[in-house]
Write a protein that binds this ligand. Structure first.
Ligand code: FAD
Length: 356
């Protein structure tokens, strides 16, 4: 049956595009029938934009992002980014990528969900298949038989939360062409404008903080009282917050399994404040496809080892910064440090993944 790609997010689509461009017709299955708006800030770093351009996806029409702005209480710092970046909704990006995969020649089946993996066979709805290489690109979702270890999320696991803001002239004025990071006790929130001027307020917050606040709405109420963030949250759209539990920030796959290529969040999870998760997804999809093309299923061992090494520095540095950012005593110092010319640049570059 050829290679099977499970998941049509950035990682799965990148692998499908790359394989299809070399004349292979992989099967990509995606459990949703229509592209959704995944829980994600939507910041594409300059490196991620490079990776997308190499895949032939250059016409994104997102919102330009040129600066980084950091907040910890009343402490604020702003620096230009090392290179222009972009804000885009996942609805738009995921649609563009999966359509590019189909155009390149991949067979795309929407509304088909993988149910589990055992001894070389994958169950997809009522069928059982033995693919010639499995590209696991299920992102935040686990596949039975290949799940990431639950303890990877740690003793005080992180929770991802998202509420939608705008579009509104206030957001244009306050955020402009910046990616903003608002640091608070045991969490942080990112904000960047998307192609239509709206923004996702995306947060990573420790479970202990959420419990202490009394739930998502109570936490949002407390955050709305923070200087600067409150003004932006006044543009919140109606609706309940979206959540994803047990995000295993800092985890990366080290052990390889024959024939299994773990991509994107299934290869490694970088703390969201780095804004590089989609970069990892795309870089891993391309690298896995290249190793499958060179070595078939035997490429999996080499791929996973190489990917694990490539993710060591960006995930390691982002994890250190992420821990400091969530400590009320350290966060203002981190913001001041980021304001020193050269320092933010160094951190921004150290947390990128390579696309070559
Ligand atoms: C709060 C938060 C903010 C973030 N902000 C940013 C940011 O601003 N910039 C950035 O670069 N990264 C950000 N990230 C990280 C980024 O969202 C992920 O790293 C990225 O989406 C990973 O891509 P992926 O393709 O591996 O998985 P996903 O994007 O999760 O895609 C997985 C796909 O697989 C499908 N699927 C799942 N299970 C099955 C199944 N069993 N069968 C078939 N299909 C299945 C899903 O429907 C989905 O379409 C953020 C993450 C969080 C939690």
């Amino acid at each position: 049956m050829g290679p099977l790609i499970v998941g049509g997010g950035p990682a799965g689509s990148a692998a499908a595009i790359r394989l299809a461009r070399w004349g292979i017709r992989p099967l990509l299955i995606e459990r949703t029938r229509e592209p959704g708006d995944a829980l994600c800030g939507g910041f594409l770093s300059w490196r991620t934009l490079d990776g997308l351009a190499r895949l032939g996806i250059g016409e994104l029409d997102g919102a330009p992002v040129r600066r980084l702005r950091l907040f910890a209480g009343e402490t604020v710092a702003e620096r230009p980014l090392p290179a222009p970046a972009m804000g885009i909704s996942r609805l738009r990006l995921d649609r563009l990528m999966i359509e590019a995969a189909a155009r390149a020649g991949a067979r795309v089946e929407r509304g088909a969900a993988a149910r589990g993996w055992a001894e070389g066979f994958i169950r997809v709805d009522a069928d059982e298949w033995a693919p010639d290489g499995l590209f696991l690109a299920t992102g935040k979702h686990e596949l039975r038989g290949l799940a990431r270890p639950r303890e990877a999320a740690g003793s005080d696991p992180a929770i991802g939360l998202r509420v939608r803001l705008g579009p509104h002239p206030t957001l244009d004025r306050l955020i402009g062409d910046a990616i903003e990071l608002h640091l608070f006790d045991r969490g942080y929130a990112g904000l960047v404008r998307h192609e239509d001027g709206s923004a996702n307020l995306c947060m990573a917050v420790r479970k202990s903080r959420l419990d202490e606040a009394g739930g998502p709405e109570a936490l949002l109420g407390a955050l709305a009282r923070l200087p600067h963030l409150g003004e932006r949250m006044a543009c919140r759209r109606r609706g309940t917050p979206d959540a994803v539990a047990h995000v295993p920030y800092g985890w990366r796959a080290r052990a390889a399994m024959p024939g299994i290529f773990r991509l994107g969040d299934q290869a490694g999870v970088i703390p969201s404040l780095a804004g590089e998760g989609m970069g990892i997804a795309i870089a891993s999809g391309v690298r896995a496809a290249d190793l499958w093309l060179g070595h078939g299923v035997h490429g999996a061992t080499h791929y996973q080892a190489a990917m694990g090494r490539a993710l060591g520095r960006p995930i390691g540095v982002a994890s250190l910064i992420g821990s400091a950012a969530q400590m009320p005593l350290l966060a203002p110092w981190l913001v001041r440090l980021a304001g020193i010319p050269g320092a933010a640049d160094l951190i921004a570059r150290a947390t990128r993944v390579r696309h070559d």
